[in-house]
Write a protein that binds this ligand. Structure first.
Ligand code: AMP
Length: 487
């Protein structure tokens, strides 16, 4: 998200991407895939299809169901090839021209792209491209790809894409569509997820799917083939599937927050079911910081698997002491603190029968600003709980994310300013504990965190940023001279 060329604030974008190759009713299949990925973005959605002669596009604000349940809309998107996108941006403008997939007509034909993640040099590239005469239509960083591809001197789409990718810095998963191919890309460190699936039974050869998460394969009846590898471009065309690895090898740093909160629990990431990972983190948390109590209560839905793991490990009964109303969106989407506070009340209510007179262990996945925890602790106490012990299935969130997960600026992160004991006081809990960094790594099947080469991007917990941040080194002049060279 480029709000203004010199915007010092960092971008926030979390998204879901989906693409299909050679399936009947590509638009309807893509809409289903996007529906399964709705948790990755609820602000806007779009689909672009190709029918062998022309591209078709429909983009809109709101949920997938709001935009694609109309049969006429689906019928206006003919073709057996398509890509789609769910957008979740909490800053910047919510305007239609920012909604993806982005589409452009090039000399080689049409090109559409959908992007999950953040390009940390987007504003520098943007500035350089504008100076070169490129006219931006949107304020989304993904448009940088479109211009870089447009000005590339390579002839094939894939070579132009590689050329563009070599100039961007950041965390991204892309799906892209041209007249000839469906393409999927993961950034060199593999921070954001992307998977490849296959739909059998297509009458004319194999059908292929690219998606942010495996839950999007299940809904369309596709089988999981493999994760797209970090730094890999998967090209799917009439010849089949081929893999290109244009980058030099980089350490793998998959986003650990996908396991903690962001991915759907029924998805499998890097071979590990997200649900299992969350339960195991809950068990680690119980081993590290159990407390005498009568019930373990999750903050639904985000805390449920970890609370189950905590309860099983500690032997304390699991109860649904808080009931979630499913007809309200995530509180995080609300723009002001006041509305966010109200949102928590709209979303959760106390199940008094399970709380009155009890010593309660409350389990949630993370504390960001502390708004949710404060409200929930207050609510649980008001329902008669005798003690409230908050347990969090992630380490303290002390740093902002620049790679595609929405976190507020550092000064708004409770854990950046206070110790866990101080935070307990702030949220009104009798005690508060977080899982340790090593405990989280152990739960993910690793011996612990190795400082020299941590297996995940855990910058939000450690401040160890594997990719240069937006404010690191304004090399516009270098970027300009790069763009000026005959490429
Ligand atoms: P807060 O109220 O600011 O402390 O936010 C914490 C709550 O928001 C937790 O219940 C999390 O489940 C949820 N959460 C954490 N990170 C995010 C995120 N990036 N987007 C949306 N919700 C989040």
């Amino acid at each position: 998200m480029i709000r203004a060329i010199d915007d010092a604030d960092h971008p926030h974008e979390e998204c879901g991407v989906f693409g299909v190759w050679n399936v009947p009713d590509a638009a309807a299949v893509t809409a289903l895939g996007l529906h399964a990925l709705q948790h990755r973005g609820q602000e806007a959605t779009g689909i672009v299809t190709y029918d062998g002669a022309r591209f078709h596009s429909h983009r809109g604000l709101g949920l997938v169901g709001d935009n694609f349940s109309n049969a006429r809309v689906i019928a206006s998107l003919p073709g057996r090839i398509g890509i789609g996108h769910n957008r979740y941006a909490t800053t910047g403008e919510t305007i239609l021209r920012n909604v993806q997939p982005l589409y452009a007509d090039f000399e080689f034909g049409g090109f559409a792209v959908a992007h999950n993640g953040n390009l940390t040099n987007a504003h520098l590239l943007h500035r350089a491209l504008v100076r070169r005469g490129c006219l931006f239509q949107s304020t989304t960083d993904s448009e940088v790809f479109v211009h870089l591809i447009a000005i590339s001197l390579y002839s094939t789409v894939v070579d132009r894409l590689i050329d563009a990718l070599k100039q961007v810095v950041g965390a991204y998963s892309l799906v892209a569509l041209s007249n000839e191919a469906l393409m999927g890309v993961r950034d060199p460190m593999g921070v954001r997820p992307l998977i490849l699936g296959r739909i059998t039974g297509a009458e004319t050869g194999a059908g292929w799917v690219l998606a942010s998460e495996t839950c999007a394969l299940d809904i369309v009846g596709a089988e999981f083939v493999r994760d797209v590898e970090p730094g890999e471009i998967v090209v799917i065309d009439a010849q089949g599937v081929r893999s290109i690895k244009p980058f030099s090898r980089a350490p793998e740093r998959f986003c650990v927050f996908e396991y903690i909160y962001f991915a759907r629990p029924d998805s499998i990431m890097e071979g590990t079911p997200v649900y299992t990972a969350r339960k195991r983190i809950g068990a680690e948390l119980a081993r590290e910081s159990s407390v005498p109590a009568d019930v373990v209560v999750p903050v639904p839905d985000s805390g449920v698997p970890a609370a189950m793991g905590f309860a099983a490990e500690s032997g304390i009964p699991f109860e649904l002491g808080i009931i979630r109303n499913h007809y309200v969106g995530r509180t995080f989407i609300e723009p002001t603190d006041h509305i966010r506070n109200l949102g928590v009340k709209l979303k959760h209510s106390a199940n008094r029968a399970m709380l009155a007179g009890q010593r309660v262990v409350l389990v949630d996945d993370s504390i960001v600003r502390g708004t949710t925890s404060r409200k929930i602790v207050e609510m649980v106490r008001a329902a008669g709980a005798r003690e409230v012990h908050m347990r969090i299935s992630s380490p303290p969130t002390t740093h902002s994310c620049f790679y595609g997960i929405d976190t507020p600026e550092r000064s708004k992160l409770l854990a950046a300013r206070f110790t866990p004991d101080e935070m307990a006081g702030q949220i009104g809990a009798d005690s508060l504990a977080f899982v340790s960094i090593d405990g989280m790594y152990r739960a993910l099947g690793k011996p612990g965190r190795t400082a020299a080469e941590p297996r995940y991007c855990d910058a939000c917990f450690t401040g160890d940023y594997p990719i240069p941040r937006p404010d690191e080194g304004d090399n516009t002049d270098r970027q300009l001279s790069l763009l000026a060279e005959d490429r």
